[in-house]
Design a binder for this molecule. Structure first.
Ligand code: NAP
Ligand code: MG
Length: 403
């Protein structure tokens, strides 16, 4: 390796898996070069969360990062960790703000785990715009008749008002916004990721009803696409805009294999729909892509606290490490592409193939067993046993993988 991968360690069960993945599946095969940042909750606290910002800035510098799941403290965590000086905000949120990126989530497919929608033979990647709309809304509940209006006061002093409704009784009101800058970054991240992964890009909104608001999203995507059109044509991929109702129908009838970009709320809902149809949360990859092409790979799930409690009692757990392993292989492959390291890319592919082969042979963690086809002979193993089975496949088929 020439350039380090930014490594962000995390919390609880995933921190345990993290070390296990490195010990069993990476360090014996790769001369791994990382720049290590400990994003474990207590270290974030000790550094006043500066370690999270430093890790995000390092990602901007080196271009590729891999992140372990982390605890986002809430009231309950404040009681569990009395030494916390603040209820630190979500590390993912902090990193996303620094990188200005969009999260892309896709299922890891396996023949033995059929999606609920039978036609989906290739992964559907969801890109959710992660800023604004109802997630940053002002809301009012009223108890008398009245008039509701939306007012914008510009810095120039210009005032613009539009009447939303005259209400004759109690009502609920909501004001939402988005920014041109955020929509544009979202569009660029989507076009960039489509090019990098050579997949068609779909985008859908409700611009027939929301002509100005959603219409602006559509127009910004159209404007940004002008800058990518030639590269899309060269790569043999397409950009396709359609109304969200039409998109939903088409997605259901599709065979998958494309990226579906969605506004914040639509993306929240549709990503849960798509991931449940594909199976398990630990079989989802997740990558944050900045508009200028920096990548941060992670698992889509959290720190799996319930399993960690068992681990703390000395029990071996059967926590699924697939998403964590694929976060690493994603980062290694991206690093390999950027630095022209064919051996490293081959290793990343090999490791993924070894994981899938292990699952296909019936060796899997307990979460996957109920998802297999009837008659399939699945054997539930611990996380360590699963990784050992994967490692065996790497060694047997390749001798020594020293890169
Ligand atoms: P979670 O860690 O995703 O776990 C929820 C449940 O999903 C688990 O109890 C487990 O079910 C199942 N599960 C998740 N990952 C699994 C895996 N790899 N293998 C097997 N089963 C798995 O979500 P949570 O319990 O809501 O959150 C725990 C902590 O994670 C919180 O402190 C939260 O702040 C943090 N979090 C971090 C991220 C991130 O860093 N990206 C994302 C979400 C949450 P069973 O117990 O039924 O087996
Ligand atoms: Mg959701």
């Amino acid at each position: 390796m020439k350039t380090p991968i930014v490594e962000m360690d995390g919390d609880e069960m995933t921190r345990v898996l993290w070390q296990m993945v490195k010990d069993k599946l990476l360090l014996p095969f790769v001369n791994l070069k990382t720049e290590y940042y400990d994003l474990g909750l207590l270290h974030r606290n000790e550094t006043g969360d500066q370690v999270t910002v430093a890790a995000a800035l390092a990602t901007k510098k080196h271009g590729v990062a891999v992140k372990c799941a982390t605890i986002t403290p809430n009231k309950q965590r404040m009681e569990e960790f009395p030494q916390l000086t603040r209820m630190w905000s979500s590390p993912n949120g902090t990193i996303r703000t620094v990188l200005d990126g969009t999260v892309f989530r896709a299922p890891i497919l396996l023949d033995e785990l059929k999606p609920v929608v039978r036609g989906w033979t290739k992964p559907i990647t969801i890109a959710r715009h992660a800023y604004g709309d109802v997630y940053k809304a002002g809301e009012i509940i009223t108890d008398e008749p009245g008039e509701c209006s939306l007012t914008f006061t510009g810095e120039s002093g210009e005032v613009r008002t539009v009447t939303i409704a005259k209400t004759s009784g109690p009502a609920v009101l909501q004001g939402i916004h988005n920014t041109e800058k955020s929509i544009r970054s979202f569009a660029r991240s989507c076009f960039q990721f489509a090019l990098d992964t050579k997949q068609n890009l779909w985008f859908s909104t409700k611009d027939t009803i929301s002509k100005v608001y959603d219409g602006r999203f559509k127009d910004v995507f159209d404007e940004e696409y002008d800058g990518y059109k030639a590269r899309f044509e060269r790569a043999g991929i397409t950009y396709f805009y359609t109304l969200i109702d039409d998109a939903v129908a088409r997605v259901m009838r599709s065979g998958g294999g494309f990226i579906w970009a969605l506004k914040n709320y639509d993306g929240d809902v549709m990503s849960d729909m798509v991931s449940s149809a594909f199976g398990a949360i630990a079989m989802m990859t997740s990558v944050l892509v900045s508009p200028d092409g920096n990548y941060e790979f992670e698992a889509a799930h959290g720190t799996v606290t319930r399993h960690y409690r068992r681990y703390q009692r000395g029990e071996e757990t059967s926590t699924n490490p697939m998403a964590t392993i694929f976060a690493w292989t994603g980062a290694l492959r991206r690093r390999a592409e950027l630095d022209g390291l064919a051996d490293l890319a081959a290793f990343a592919n090999k490791l993924e193939a070894a994981c899938l082969d292990t699952l296909s042979s019936g060796i899997m963690t307990t979460d996957l067993v109920p998802l297999t086809e009837p008659g399939f002979n699945a054997r539930a193993v611990t996380s360590a046993e699963f990784m050992d089975a994967v490692a065996t496949r790497l060694i047997i088929e390749n001798g020594q993988w020293i890169i």
